[in-house]
Design a protein. Structure first.
Length: 130
């Protein structure tokens, strides 16, 4: 089931890199690695989860969202019982969706796919980004 959720995310990557720089990098990555997806992953500001050691990922387009969850869970050292939710353009993506399909549907004009993560499935509670 796909959930629409209103997200007000401030992306550190966007604040640190202007649009022209991001677009040039996104274009270069897509030309050099056409079968890979450039993804920016950042923690929702009020999430209780730890920050990732890196924000930028280059993932195979046939990787599923579920497999990407597993990868991110490992990087932030989550226990099996700990919750993790992704948000892409106000949508919680389905786990069987490929990253390629998610990219096709939701990449931004700078050619990156942006994913926010949180320990809460609904923005508006304690984990709501500002």
């Amino acid at each position: 089931m796909t959930h629409n959720v209103k997200v007000n995310m401030k992306w550190a990557y966007k604040e640190e890199n202007n649009f022209e720089k991001r677009r040039a990098e996104g274009d270069k990555i897509r030309r050099k690695y056409p079968d890979r997806i450039p993804v920016i992953v950042e923690r929702a500001p009020k999430s209780r989860l730890r920050d990732l050691d890196k924000k930028k990922y280059l993932v195979p387009s046939d990787l599923t969202v579920g497999q990407f969850y597993f990868l991110i869970r490992k990087r932030i050292h989550l226990r099996p019982e700990d919750a993790l939710f992704f948000f892409v353009n106000n949508v919680i993506p389905q786990t069987m969706t490929t990253m390629g399909q998610l990219y096709q549907d939701h990449h931004e004009e700078d050619l990156f796919l942006y994913i926010a993560y949180s320990d809460e499935s609904v923005y508006g509670g304690d984990a709501a980004p500002q």
